[in-house]
Design a protein around this ligand. Structure first.
Ligand SMILES: NC(=O)c1ccc[n+]([C@@H]2O[C@H](COP(=O)([O-])OP(=O)(O)OC[C@H]3O[C@@H](n4cnc5c(N)ncnc54)[C@H](O)[C@@H]3O)[C@@H](O)[C@H]2O)c1
Length: 459
């Protein structure tokens, strides 16, 4: 089928490439001309595992083309809107990019079009879109609007898109629902050539859930808010563990063994970030308020999350006594591993606070340094994790990349000024770290000291 995708960001590019991979002809548009030129010249504007190979293959086979939005609208019968919905100052979702796209569609599209919101939007955006399209159309446009929220995770976006646990469709007409089912059929049946696995691991068939548009919109906001709530919850439990001498690792394990709770999202740390959880949580609270529902529960989730950064910096200060003039090595800048995305990353908030307090920061991240440097120009980025650690008074881990777990601790011990690791993700092998003479400070009372410094560490 001929499909259009508008917006070639983390969601749009993955969507376009994966739809091409499963056999559709896709036209993907991007308004950022620099990004568009890169894509047209075969250069990836973002890092996402497996994506480059799929995009290249799809372009070479003629199934994926990049261009400007006007052309996209004229091209595919089904148009997936994947533009950004960033937060406004008051927490509302900024829907101006969606509105802009709707205007172009209304002006240029003719005949039948299925317009699909894949961007995350507040409930009743679909209804607004319908109204807006009807008002602005200048020609003979017959259309449906559907919601198809995206649940992919950066870092595993291709895998999540091709092997989802559910595909949610909010459609108010059978025609729209049927079209979307046809588009997704190879994924529902798992009958495409998988670009990731030579033999895909067995897993249950994804659920294809059809709802009305408003319900689908709420499913997305409610899912992200729930996961954010789980993170803030375990962070509060971690604080209690720290205050009482309990072990958050064991506590989280014990909680997660209950199948009604499950083990995911129970790792304490410096809080959630990225382009989804913080803004979706706020937007969900705001839209609920507009409809008279007080979501103070979620406001508290956001408040707990905001405090994680300062309480983590406090932890570093407690060890170093004075931050001014200290050399701090930072491992990890991306908001999570396996991505180059630093939007709303708590790691950058920690870095900014350390710099503001007079520490110098030398950082290393496998993929996110270019984007982080643009956000924080005072940051010194280093070519590898050892270079970043040279002369450091403390090594601070902020993103749990696998690379940081496989460190040559002996070599590292010879590079640092002081053997101190503050692990903001409770991810490093504690025994290994302390076994090589490092003092280890984690979240939620998870700490360990080598024999010689054990008595000092308790001061
Ligand atoms: N990033 C994620 O993990 C994720 C997951 C699920 C849902 N979402 C949602 O998907 C949406 C997109 O997120 P993203 O992370 O891909 O954002 P992004 O900023 O990476 O991508 C959006 C792209 O749309 C482009 N764009 C804006 N207006 C345009 C127009 N008129 N024509 C063509 N292109 C246009 C932008 O230049 C940008 O490249 C958001 O609503 C987000 O909440 C994101």
């Amino acid at each position: 089928m001929r499909l259009s995708v508008i917006g070639a960001g983390y969601v749009g590019l993955t969507t376009a490439a994966c739809f091409a991979q499963i056999g559709h002809d896709v036209f993907c548009s991007e308004s950022d001309l620099d990004k568009l030129r890169k894509l047209q010249n075969g250069v990836m504007p973002i890092y996402e595992p497996h994506l480059q190979g799929i995009v290249t293959h799809a372009r070479e086979s003629g199934r994926l083309t990049f261009g400007e939005t006007d052309q996209t609208v004229e091209s595919g019968e089904t148009i997936f809107i994947c533009v950004g919905t960033p937060p406004l100052e008051n927490g509302d979702a900024d829907l101006s990019a969606i509105e802009g796209v709707a205007r172009v569609i209304a002006k240029r599209a003719r005949g039948y079009r299925l317009i699909v919101e894949k961007s995350t939007v507040p409930v009743q955006t679909g209804a607004q879109l319908r109204k807006h399209l009807a008002v602005h159309t200048t020609g003979k446009l017959d259309f449906d609007v559907a919601s198809n929220p995206e649940f992919l995770k950066e870092g595993t976006s291709v895998e999540d898109f091709l092997h989802p646990d559910r595909i949610v469709i909010g459609a108010d007409s059978p025609r729209a629902a049927n079209l979307l089912q046809e588009i997704y059929q190879p994924i529902i049946d798992q009958t495409f050539a998988c670009p990731i696995h030579s033999a895909c691991p067995p897993r249950p068939q994804p659920r294809f859930l059809v709802t009305d548009t408003s319900s689908a919109e709420i499913i997305k906001h409610a899912s992200n808010s729930f996961l954010a709530m789980k993170i803030s919850y375990i962070n509060m439990v971690a604080d209690l563990c720290e205050a009482t001498g309990a072990d958050i690792g064991k506590v989280a394990e014990g909680i997660g063994l209950d199948p009604r709770i499950g083990p995911d999202f129970l790792r304490p740390g410096i809080g959630f970030g990225g382009f989804c959880f913080p803004k979706d949580l706020q937007a969900f609270v705001r839209i609920a308020e507009k409809f008279g529902c007080d979501f103070a529960l979620l406001q508290e989730v956001a408040r707990i999350n905001q405090k994680r950064v300062s309480s983590f910096v406090e932890k570093i200060r407690k060890e170093l006594w004075v931050l001014r003039g200290k050399k701090i090595c930072v491992w990890g800048l991306a908001f999570k591993p396996n991505t180059d995305d630093v939007r709303f990353a708590p790691s950058l908030a920690v870095v900014r606070q350390l710099l503001a307090e007079g520490a110098s920061v030398r950082a290393y991240d496998p993929q996110a340094m270019e984007k982080a440097q643009r956000e924080v120009p005072e940051l010194t980025c280093c070519r590898d994790l050892y270079e970043a650690a040279r002369g450091a008074d403390a090594i601070v881990l902020l993103t749990e990349w696998e690379e940081f777990r496989r460190v040559d601790w002996k070599r590292l011990a010879g590079l640092v000024e002081r053997s101190l690791i503050v692990d903001g993700r409770n991810t490093l092998p504690r025994e290994d770290v302390t076994g090589h003479g490092f003092q280890y400070v984690g979240i939620g009372g998870v700490s360990g000291a080598p024999e010689l410094t054990r008595s000092l560490a308790s001061i």
